[in-house]
Design a protein around this ligand. Structure first.
Ligand code: GH3
Ligand code: MG
Ligand code: MG
Length: 313
């Protein structure tokens, strides 16, 4: 009977030791897995980082896990705020669980690398270790992809000749403005202007000179406005300026300032030229279509009345 107790006791001891050894072994396995990765790899529970590999420590600016943990126990502090990126406000403290639920999709984060001071974008994927409350976080560096994506986005919004926004971008601006203006009780105005007798300039001096005029005109106009105003090429030799929190009266004064500046500017190879201007302000209940129709009519009237002038509607 007594030996039975001894056997039972030994069995329990063996089980505990085996279990313990197994745990050590898997911890060692995970440790060497993390260390062998050449992208940032982290072992973490929902609220505490357990291990970070070398490349991760370098990126976050620490020499060891210990020094990391004395400063913080969350990675959220390193994620910079940018649209489309995860930061401390996105999911809050439980972000790891939430990202795990996105499975293959993962999330994007923006980090300033402490190693070289550069901004980096990472795609984080999270997998829960089976039967544990631990997660493996793998960061893939997607900075290059993000950079080319941003460049592509920019080129699709910028007019290649004048280097200012194109009509696609302005339409996007308008769509946002018309959504927000009703809620915010704010107003805005636009100036639409068109070069007078531009066909004649092309015919007289050639298309290349005409192109230069368009470029110079965009530069000149841009220099006269605030950075919060938006200048864009609306069409061939037509430009548009969106002025936030500006009344039609103020916009007319600005348009007149631009008109005079253009009148006085010596365009390369051409000399003097003039533009005609239409101005209007957002009126409560306006749709984008009837708002643009109104400013178009104002510009048409400026042309009809003899050009080189501002008409407000
Ligand atoms: P108005 O005073 O009534 O505006 O007369 P206009 O000659 O300026 O108007 P019209 O619409 O008859 O001609 C516009 C000209 O603008 C014709 C077109 O070839 C020229 N144009 C449009 N885009 C470009 C461009 O990118 N470069 C050059 N050089 N010319 C352009
Ligand atoms: Mg014209
Ligand atoms: Mg025109």
């Amino acid at each position: 009977m007594e030996s039975l107790y001894i056997y039972a006791f030994l069995a329990i001891v063996i089980w505990i030791v085996a279990h313990y050894l197994y745990k050590i072994r898997s911890a060692k396995f995970i440790q060497s897995f993390i260390d062998s990765q050449n992208s940032i790899t982290i072992l973490s529970t929902v609220n505490k980082v357990k291990n970070i590999n070398e490349i991760g420590l370098k990126t976050f600016g620490f020499s060891s896990l210990k020094s990391f943990l004395t400063e913080t126990n969350t990675l959220l502090n390193f994620f910079l705020v940018e649209e489309g990126c995860l930061d401390k406000y996105t999911y809050g403290k439980n972000w790891i669980e939430k990202v795990e639920q996105t499975k293959n999709q993962g999330v994007k984060v923006k980090v300033r690398s402490k190693e070289d001071g550069l901004l980096r974008y990472f795609q984080i994927k999270v997998s829960q270790l089976q039967g544990t409350k631990e997660y493996i976080l793998i960061f893939t560096d997607i900075s290059e992809i993000e950079r080319s994506k941003n460049e592509l986005q920019k080129t699709s919004e910028i007019d290649p000749l004048t280097k200012i926004y194109n009509r696609v971008k302005v339409n996007e601006f308008f769509d946002n403005l018309f959504v927000n203006v009703g809620e915010s009780n704010q107003t805005f105005s636009v100036i639409l202007f068109d070069i007078d007798h531009f066909k004649m300039i092309n015919d007289t001096y050639g298309h290349n000179i005409g192109d230069k005029v368009l470029f110079e005109l965009a530069r000149l106009t841009q220099s006269l406005f605030r950075s919060t105003d938006t200048l864009a090429r609306w069409g061939g030799e037509e430009f548009i300026i969106i002025l936030k929190n500006t009344t039609a009266e103020q916009a007319s004064m600005l348009a007149n300032r631009v008109r005079v500046a253009i009148d006085q500017y010596p365009f390369e190879g051409v000399g003097h030229l003039s533009c005609s201007f239409g101005v209007t302000q957002y009126i409560l209940g306006d749709t984008k279509a009837n708002f643009l129709e109104r400013v178009d009519k104002a510009l048409y009237e400026a042309k009809e009345n003899g050009r080189d002038q501002v008409v407000r509607k």
